[in-house]
Design a binder for this molecule. Structure first.
Ligand code: HAM
Length: 421
């Protein structure tokens, strides 16, 4: 191949695209049922937005950002995630009004320069939501419940919701001190990245995926044991609201999340059976980010999940993802005059959103019937000499073999017969 597709990307081919349409539609539907409105932001932003929000020390910004300079020397980056752009738009469009509650959802491609593997791509698609305007723990649970209902509603059973509290700035300093004390004697065994993390962002040590670092992280002191009173109370109330919403969860003090903006609630949904890339979705509170980006202080919480991993998980559980497009009707004409009568009828039916397939290059009845069967259409609509003479059509149910004669003018009757099946 002279111009191969970039590494870590893929085409969504026609035999897969219906799955994507289905998953996106289901997400749009559930988001609407929770009162969320769609927002679409550009796929590139000024790089500083991500440096400032996702965190300069995070892997996403340090190693994984696709950066480019435009013709006038301005620094941009392909968005590695959706939260920072949504917050930028929230502030820029003055949605940060006192007391307002804003519920936004998005679906779209994100970009991270990472080593590609199953479930990890350089261009991947996220679905996500962001809620702005309240600190109340009800909303933490509501955001999590939306994610849970979406994934459960698709039929997944091998999923687990893990929640944690990463506390608030009031307790971070004391916790970081305890964490560093724990890690100091292990420093020589840590990977090179972790040696730097120790100095810059000790909490990120807990997130390292290197096996030897993971072992050390196992016994590290937990943020949960070092929460201030307000964070402890908030976390307890979030659990109460999750119970009320009927969402099962596991408390996992090791959830720290890879981006810098989180405070209080952090959560992930993991799938049992995807290997290393088993996090289907993740999110948390980010009460300080709006202000950091230049808006009014506004508490917020959200999550995002990747469609690629979701599809892998659904397929590994043998769950059907939507239905491939199959025409309702395959149209058949016997002869040139019949074709002349048939073509306007095809457009009339399509105007009523009945899907009709027709191929004028096939002329014999046999070839057309063969194509009709191949198309898997439930019905064949046939105009032959007799039908032409009487102004009728034959609608043949290809599953049962039954057929009826209907007036070729009666679009409603044809449509009615088709949609009743
Ligand atoms: P994140 O944990 O970086 O969070 O990504 C969320 C999800 O995106 C992951 O759980 C995974 O399913 C998917 N994902 C991430 N990177 C890749 C990749 N390279 N290939 C395929 N899938 C991937 C965020 O992005 C935050 N913005 C979530 C959030 C929203 N927090 C608050 N609001």
């Amino acid at each position: 191949m002279k111009y191969p597709i970039p590494r870590g990307t893929y085409d969504i081919l026609p035999d897969q695209s219906y799955k994507w349409q289905y998953l996106i539609r289901r997400f749009q539907d559930i988001a609407a049922s929770f009162g969320y409105h769609e927002i679409n932001t550009p796929i590139f932003e000024v790089s500083a937005l991500f440096e400032r929000s996702s965190g300069e020390s995070s892997d996403v910004v340090q190693k994984e950002m696709y950066r480019f300079t435009d013709r006038r020397g301005r620094e941009f980056a392909l968005r590695p995630e959706g939260t920072a752009p949504v917050v930028r738009s929230f502030v820029e469009n003055s949605m940060d009004k006192d007391g307002a509650k804003t519920k936004l959802f998005y679906v779209g491609p994100m970009f991270r320069y990472d080593r590609p593997q199953a479930g990890r791509y350089r261009q991947f698609w996220q679905y996500g939501i962001e809620f702005f305007g309240a600190q109340h723990p009800f909303y933490d649970a509501e955001v999590i419940a939306l994610l849970w209902q979406y994934l459960k509603g698709l039929g997944l059973s091998k999923i687990e919701l893990r929640i944690n509290s990463v506390g608030s700035p009031q307790c971070w300093e004391a916790y970081e001190k305890v964490l560093k004390e724990y890690y100091r004697p292990h420093l020589p065994q840590l990977c090179a990245d972790c040696q730097t993390r120790f100095e810059i962002k000790p909490k990120r040590l807990l997130d390292c995926k290197v096996p030897s670092c993971r072992t050390i992280a196992q016994d590290a002191p937990s943020q949960l044991d070092h929460l201030d009173e307000e964070s402890r109370q908030h976390f307890a109330e979030v659990q109460g609201h999750l119970n009320a919403a009927g969402v099962p969860y596991i408390i996992d003090p090791h959830i720290v999340r890879g981006l810098d903006y989180y405070s209080h609630t952090a959560f992930e949904v993991v799938f049992d059976g995807l290997g290393a890339q088993n996090t289907l979705a993740g999110g948390g509170r980010y009460n300080y980010l709006v202000e950091q980006i230049g808006g009014k202080s506004t508490p917020a919480i959200g999550f995002a999940g990747g469609f690629e991993r979701l599809i892998l998980a659904l397929e590994s559980e043998g769950i059907q993802i939507g239905k491939p497009l199959i025409p309702d009707i395959y149209a058949i004409a016997m002869g040139a005059e019949a074709q002349e009568a048939l073509i306007p009828l095809i457009y009339d039916l399509r105007r009523e959103l009945v899907s009709v397939e027709y191929d004028p290059t096939k002329t014999s009845f046999k070839a057309q019937m063969k194509a009709a069967n191949h198309s898997q259409a439930r019905f064949a609509l046939i105009i032959g000499e007799d039908e032409l003479a009487s102004g009728s059509v034959i609608l043949k149910d290809l599953e049962t073999g039954e057929q009826v004669s209907l007036s070729s003018k009666d679009i409603d009757a044809i449509r009615g017969a088709v949609i009743s099946k």
